[in-house]
Design a protein around this ligand. Sequence first.
Ligand code: UDX
Ligand code: ADP
Length: 457
Amino acid sequence: MKYEKNILCIGAGYVGGPSMAMIAYKCPTCKVTVVDINHQRIAAWNSDDLPLYEPGLDAVIAATRGKNLFFGADIEAGIRENDIIFVSVNTPTKVFGVGAGMAADLQYWEKTARQILQYSQSPKIVIEKGTLPVKTALAMERILSNNKTVHFDVLSNPEFLSEGTALRDLENPDRVLIGYRDTESGIMARDTIVEIYAHWVPQERIITSSIWSSELSKLVANAFLAQRISSINAISALCERADADITEVATVVGMDSRLGNKFLNASVGFGGSCFKKDILSLVYLCRHYGLNEVADYWEGVVKINQYQNDRFIANMLSAMFNTLTGKRICLLGFAFKANTGDTRESPAIVIAGRLLEEQAEVVISDPKALKNAGADLEGIAGKISYVLDPHEAAQGCHAVAVLTEWDIYRDLDFQKIYDNMAKPAFIFDGRNILDHKRLFEIGFNVYPIGKPALTHF
Ligand code: UDX
Ligand code: ADP
């Protein structure tokens, strides 16, 4: 069959996999191939046990895989045979050398650029899909310009999907952003990518901009979202001291239509692969340009997030008589948010690590993230167990800490949990999802975020 467009995506991760599945689903006339160096991951994409959990993903994969969506490992053939190449490889924070702990590590990305250079025999449109430092496209162009016979156009098309609602976000995006070079071929390349999204996204939500604005917009969108969480979390600390209630404060603040009511849930801290990495990348960029005050401002967002993790542990410790040694503590939730099995940068990793340092025994429960939790905590000394059933996990524990806002935790049988726990029984609600008054009436000592604790002492 002759396809309207042949699309390749390099990188079959949380972004590449779902976003290409949606393109294949919405554009039956396009052939979409997704490749990855990780052969195990490709095998999982080709199996019934997909490499990541995302509500609705199974159905979209079932409708497209083997028809116009293909997962493979042959990167060379993929580059040769396709003329539109999305690059969706990971760009973690650098852990070595200059910019360690701040800058984005572009080694995977550069390797991909060089592979595209090496194997391309016909003109290509290369699209950055991941979040990258501003001016990364320029580096891509410079690498690709070493092929004097093949023409490349580099575009930026950052993905705004949020895990747990990825399919919904992809199907009905607030906006699709395409950054391009204002040249004749750049404009043609832009229009080619617009055509893909126009299959299902209304024209007014497809935004085009300069390539640098596009790269920066993605970083800034994530920075603003994270800043909002750090803002509400900072105020949650004040609420706990001032006998105010963060939920009431957030409701009042959020009713201002200029502010809006979303993303105002105080929590144990934000996690996920993007927020911290992107803010640190923004901070690094600002320092690179000598904008130290701007860098300090944004760095504060990450500092408050760490402070919120620290506060959570400090509250546990002080509530439980300043010793956790030998105490059994149940963590309800390990994923960085509900409806995903992803644990990257999850506050649960920090909390579990600190509890183990305090020589507590940690029991971890999560409906989807136990496998990743095991990998995250591998090699860490201490007593850790993994129990799928939350009631069973809490059995014999001195405390329960809710770290992920999974809906199932709202409806647990807390009377039964209380009856089977060591006394006095403590509950630390790191997501403010439980009925605190009821828990207190059952007998728990209850420690929410940003609200006075309810204790029997
Ligand atoms: C984020 C952006 O939302 C998305 O647009 C971008 O493409 C990738 O980064 P994601 O990391 O998947 O998406 O999840 P998000 O819903 O933004 O949550 C991030 C973290 O903030 C989670 O740990 C979540 O629990 C926390 N959070 C979110 C809060 O603590 N309070 C809130 O009110 C909202
Ligand atoms: P994201 O959340 O940005 O999608 P992931 O880590 O989930 O990040 O996915 C990135 C994927 O890119 C991984 O599966 C990784 O194996 C893949 N990858 C990294 N470098 C290359 C490369 N040079 N060629 C192909 N795939 C790569």
